[in-house]
Design a protein around this ligand. Structure first.
Ligand SMILES: CC(C)(COP(=O)(O)OP(=O)(O)OC[C@H]1O[C@@H](n2cnc3c(N)ncnc32)[C@H](O)[C@@H]1OP(=O)(O)O)[C@@H](O)C(=O)NCCC(=O)NCCS
Length: 188
């Protein structure tokens, strides 16, 4: 695995054409139940049509996708946005987090490639130069590599123990004021 990794931004059209590749990375990284896979694929397709959609991939030397991230401008009428806005409405002042937000929908790295800085590079790159005031996302509400990555990049918990629907696990909704923090020693 001494391979060079390259990072590339891809268009919404390429993203849509590559969804099977992203599903393979998602499945290996998250190990979701089979019944969720078709739904997740449709959600990704729908997301690619959202405003200011931005996707980045990490590629190995054979041009295989080893990681990806994407997000878009959050707006009323989007499912995640409306669910979180409803829940935040009861938390003091928290609704301002969504007023001008970049919603990061997915970030996954293939297990053999995890822990090498790829996730952090994808996160910092996708948020770099965005015009929104904040970045927001949700992640399983437990201590995890993802949670540590987000915290060290400037994200704080906006909601914890949040369930999008009855059968779902508990999620944490996190937000950061842009630009994100880069804690790497070489960062200026
Ligand atoms: C979360 C994920 C995308 C991070 O990507 P990655 O390439 O492994 O992460 P990086 O190597 O860039 O590490 C970034 C930070 O994550 C945290 N991290 C990474 N691996 C970790 C581990 N094994 N244990 C604890 N924290 C870890 C650390 O805070 C690390 O920063 P540090 O190296 O300065 O300590 C990746 O681990 C993954 O795909 N996990 C499974 C899927 C998932 O949870 N996706 C996010 C859904 S919201």
């Amino acid at each position: 695995m001494g391979q060079e990794i390259t990072f590339a931004e891809i268009s919404p059209a390429t993203f849509t054409a590559w969804i099977d590749r992203f599903m393979a990375v998602y499945t290996a990284a998250m190990n979701p139940p089979d019944r969720q896979l078709a739904g997740r694929e449709q959600i990704m397709e729908r997301h690619a049509a959202n405003p200011a959609f931005r996707a980045l991939v990490a590629l190995d030397e054979g041009q295989s996708v080893v990681g990806f991230i994407y997000g878009f401008h959050g707006e009323t009428g989007q499912w995640w946005h409306d669910m979180v806005a409803g829940a935040l409405a009861t938390a003091d002042g928290a609704v301002a987090w969504l007023a001008d937000s970049f919603e990061i929908a997915e970030l996954h790295v293939l297990p053999p490639w995890q822990g090498r800085g790829i996730g952090r590079s994808l996160l910092l790159s996708v948020a770099s130069g965005r015009g929104e005031r904040t970045a927001v996302l949700s992640t399983h509400d437990r201590e995890s590599a993802a949670r540590r990555l987000y915290r060290s990049s400037g994200f704080t918990d906006l909601l914890t123990g949040f369930r999008f629907s009855g059968g779902d696990p508990a999620y944490a909704v996190m937000g950061a004021v842009l630009p994100l923090r880069d804690p790497r020693p070489s960062a200026s």
